[in-house]
Design a protein around this ligand. Structure first.
Ligand code: ATP
Length: 248
């Protein structure tokens, strides 16, 4: 589904990614782990089209993504749950979710918020909303509340739900567990398996290497912009070197 070869990305004066090569097969959950500043978010932003790449190739379902805008990658089926959730705090939970379906409408109306009722009446949007509420029932209970009034865990659910509203085939998830109590983080990571069963392929980026590898089939370790290890999740979890460096 996703093939990345020799990808290098600069941010400011920093070489954030160096010759990164990895792949994600359809139906897999793949975790990319690494310390603070290793370049994990940079990789997701480069795939989604939010950052220019210096060299290398990103291919999604056989199509080159290099230089494609975020709107086009979203239309092709790439969804992103960004680090820090980035929800719209003064909009209701429902409106946050409906705006996630923007890829279907951005070409028709400039004022998405002004047309939110029309979006809400679309059968396909209602179907997606039902799927999101099935995964995260608390979001349905809180659908009229402002997004900014939700707890951290609920905001993370909202960020995932909003990404699902664009009907992605490949979901890029940045630091799902950040700022969450370990139990809640584990619960949310466990839901990734259910999302995969719904037909999604998932690339997960996490500092919590153990938690991320436990829910994945395969993983990669990123260190100062380079892939330094890769393997099945159990190979990485059982590797002495990885245990010492990342699993404590
Ligand atoms: P974190 O979990 O802390 O976000 P990360 O592994 O996701 O870590 P990135 O955010 O991708 O790492 O950062 C990779 C490198 O790029 C780091 O050296 C970082 O300082 C640098 N960097 C990140 N954002 C910017 C920016 N806006 N301008 C310049 N350099 C940046």
């Amino acid at each position: 589904m996703l093939t990345i070869e020799g990808l290098s990305v600069k941010r400011g004066g920093v070489q954030a990614l160096r010759e990164v090569t990895l792949h994600v097969d359809e139906g897999e959950i793949v975790s990319l782990v690494g310390a603070n500043g290793a370049g994990k978010s940079t990789l997701l932003y480069a795939i989604a089209g939010s950052l220019p790449i210096s060299s290398g190739r990103i291919e999604y379902q056989g199509q080159a993504l290099n230089g494609m805008s975020p709107e086009r990658t979203a239309r092709l089926g790439i969804g992103l749950t960004p680090e820090g959730r980035q929800i719209f705090g003064t909009l209701s939970v429902l409106d946050n979710l409906l705006l996630g379906a923007y890829v279907d409408y951005a070409g028709h109306w400039r004022d998405l918020l002004g047309n939110i009722k029309r979006i809400a009446n679309d059968d396909s949007v209602r179907e997606r909303l039902a799927t999101v509420y099935d995964l995260f029932p608390i979001l349905e209970e809180r659908q009229s509340q402002d997004g900014g009034n939700l707890s951290g865990g609920e905001q993370q659910m909202l960020a995932i739900g909003r990404a699902l509203m664009s009907s992605p085939r490949l979901l890029l998830v940045d630091e799902l567990s950040m700022g969450l109590a370990p139990n809640l983080a584990r619960q949310l990571l466990g839901l990734l398996g259910r999302m995969r069963d719904l037909g999604l392929t998932i690339l997960l980026v996490e500092q919590d290497a153990r938690a991320a590898l436990k829910v994945a089939e395969r993983g990669y370790v990123l260190e100062t912009g380079r892939i330094v290890a890769e393997g099945t999740a159990s190979e990485l979890l059982n590797s002495d070197r990885i245990q010492k460096a990342y699993l404590g």
